[in-house]
Design a binder for this molecule. Structure first.
Ligand code: 5GP
Ligand code: ZN
Length: 119
């Protein structure tokens, strides 16, 4: 599994940096964002070091499907209210123009009672 020793999220996967986990399996880790901007704000990442959505190809379809499938389940577990009154936002910042700061692919899952919308 690819790993970048200088990557902050690879360090979280390796347990070198602590995180508040919400899910872990062989391929995927989900943990609370350290600077939440909504009542619910966690990140879903692949354990392997994939830089961004710009690197995603057909070989990643199953992994991406697994990450997307986890999002609604974890969102409810973390306190998002059910659809349609509740719901959540999934955001994947990609590259400089996409506002990506950490260059290890991550899905933001954001929700909870409004107002919290940013951008
Ligand atoms: P980006 O701007 O790359 O889409 O989002 C990166 C996110 O990672 C930010 O929301 C930031 O708060 C979060 N983050 C950065 N460093 C850490 C960390 O060490 N631990 C956790 N839990 N989140 C982090
Ligand atoms: Zn990484």
């Amino acid at each position: 599994m690819s790993h970048d020793p200088n990557c902050i999220f690879c360090k979280i996967v390796a347990g070198q940096i602590p995180s508040k986990k919400v899910h872990e399996d062989g391929d995927i880790l989900a943990f609370h964002d350290i600077q939440p901007w909504a009542p619910v704000h966690f990140l879903i990442i692949p354990k392997q070091h994939i830089v961004s959505m710009a690197q995603i190809g057909p070989e990643h379809a199953a992994l991406m499907g697994k990450m997307m499938t986890l999002a609604p389940k974890l969102a409810l577990e973390q306190g998002c209210r059910p659809y349609p009154e509740g719901g959540f936002r999934i955001m994947v910042n990609t590259g400089a123009d996409g506002g990506q700061d950490v260059h290890h692919l991550h899905l933001h899952v954001i929700g909870g009672p409004r107002p919290w919308l940013k951008g």
